[in-house]
Every structure is written in C-alpha cells, then in structure tokens.
Design a binder for this molecule. Structure first.
Ligand code: AMP
Length: 275
C-alpha cells in the first residue's frame, strides 16, 4: 500500500483516502465520490478494527461483505483497496496506543470506554501506511470527527481531514452498516432518532436558542417511542463535545440509542445564528 501511494505521489498525484469497516452503503460511497472529486488517486481501506469494539459489543457479528464491497469500490473508480488482516495491523506484542485525552471520554466515548482509543490508534496507523493528502470521514460519526481532527492537530499529521454530510434513507434513517441488524419492526422504531433531531431543528429554526429547552423537546419526542432505549441526547460544541447552554454560536445535537440490542447514532449540526 505504501509503495503504491508513494509511486502515485511521486507522479505528482494527490491521494485521497477513505477508511471504512466494510459492509459498504451509500454513506461510504459518498465519501468515495468526494475523494474522487478532489484527488487524482483514491484509496479505501476495509478493516473491521477489533480494538474499537468493547468486550460485549458486536465485533464477531459485524457484517462483512468483502467481495461485494470491492465491486462497489471498483465501480466508483477507487484505485486501491487496502484490506489488511488483524495480525498485520496488530502484530503480537503491539502495546502502543494513540489516545486523545478528554475528548475520547465524551458522547460515544463515555458509553463505549476504549472505543476512541481504538479508533485513533488504527486511523493513525492507516495514515502512516497510506500517507494520504486528504482523508474523508462522515459527519454521521460526529464525535469521531472531533477526536480525529484533534489527533491530526495535536500530532501535526500531514493530512487534511474532509468531513462529508450524513447520507440518509428516504425516510430519514441515517445509513449505517448496523441497520442490517434491524428487523422490520425495529426499522420503524429506529426512525425516532431522526424524528427527535428534526423536532430540535424545527424549534431552533423557530427561534429557540436555549439548549436545555431544545434538549427537553428532543427528549420528549424521543420518549414517545418507548421501545427504544436512549443512551444519550446532548447538545454540545462540535469541537470540544462539551455541552453548550445556548446554540447561538452553532451546536451539535447528538443522539445514541439502542433499538433492541443494536446501538444506533445520529446527529444534527445547527449553524451559528447570524447577529
Ligand atoms: P464505518 O465503516 O462505519 O467505520 O464508516 C466509515 C466511514 O463512513 C466513517 O467516516 C463514517 O462516518 C462514514 N459513514 C458511515 N455512515 C455514513 C452515512 N450515513 N453518511 C455519511 N458518512 C457515513
């Protein structure tokens, strides 16, 4: 992978990189398209990273569709697919981690201890292997975006992070590889994540700036679907992930919830209100 990417860059080509865990859908492909539009050569990785899964999470059953993924990537014009084995990425005896302190224990990091340490470690390794000029991530994983941006800044990594909007199903459900776990009934129940975000957006657009009030309204909408268990519903600063008291300078509204045993996340970025 490294010699391929170095050869491309020696030819003066700019390399775009899209890291994924496979089981690809239109959300992933939107990143690939953004990468293609602004890079000469595009690499995607497919690696279900064990270190970002907790002991009771879905690592073993995480959907895997390698052949189909490769076909999709090829159709989208991806030049290289990097799909290392676990042993290759984590040789026996590896004990070095990349940890973004503080941010990594907020939002998903609070519910999933160790998750972001696994993410930052594997993404740092992938950046060193692929050496991309630009790397493309989805706004779908808003806390991940904050953590990776901070890592890149703090470690002076020579890569530009590009964040692409959330791709949704026609009814609003954010696309996710984990949606495959949902049965038809759960698939309907899962819409409450998006519905509660839309409620916040509507009230914010009507002029409400008080984060506590917006949060309460979102939670009330959420509570109407009592089969879905809320993990968090927070209104935070998108860079620090700390709660904000009002949304005048913009805010991230982030939700996570369990539909059955499937944990889903979604979010909404509120723009700063012009003064
Ligand atoms: P994953 O394979 O779940 O690790 O996701 C790989 C990349 O695709 C991450 O940067 C995700 O944020 C992004 N992604 C996943 N789902 C979506 C979506 N619905 N819209 C946009 N980006 C997404």
């Amino acid at each position: 992978m490294r010699s391929a990417s170095r050869a491309a860059r020696q030819n003066g080509q700019r390399l775009g990189f899209v890291p994924t865990m496979g089981a690809l859908h239109e959300g992933h492909l939107s990143l690939v398209r953004a990468a293609r539009a602004s890079s000469d050569v595009v690499a995607a990785s497919i690696f279900v990273n064990p270190t970002q899964f907790g002991p009771n999470e879905d690592l073993a059953k995480y959907p895997r569709s390698f052949e189909q993924d490769c076909q999709m990537l090829e159709r989208e014009g991806v030049n290289f697919v990097f799909a290392p084995s676990v042993e290759e990425m984590y040789p026996a005896g590896a004990v070095t981690w990349v940890t973004v302190e503080e941010l990594s224990s907020k939002l998903d990091g609070r519910s999933r201890p160790g998750h972001f340490r696994g993410v930052t470690t594997v993404v740092a390794k992938l950046f060193h292997i692929v050496e991309p000029d630009r790397a493309f991530f989805g706004q779908k994983d808003a806390a991940q975006v904050a953590v990776i941006r901070r890592m890149v800044r703090d470690l002076n990594l020579p890569v530009e992070i590009v964040v692409c909007p959330i791709v949704r199903e026609p009814d609003g459900l954010a696309m996710s590889s984990r949606n495959a776990y949902l049965d038809p009934e759960q698939r309907k129940q899962a819409l409450v994540l998006h519905r509660s975000l839309m409620r916040v957006q509507n009230i914010a657009e009507a002029g409400e700036q008080d984060a506590a009030k917006l949060n309460a309204a979102g939670r009330r909408t959420f509570a109407q679907e009592n089969s879905v268990r809320l993990d968090y519903f927070e209104i935070v600063n998108p860079d620090t992930l700390d709660p904000v008291s009002d949304i005048s300078e913009g805010a991230l509204v982030a939700v996570a919830a369990y539909v059955g045993t499937t944990r889903l996340i979604d979010n909404l970025l509120l723009k700063p209100i012009p003064t």
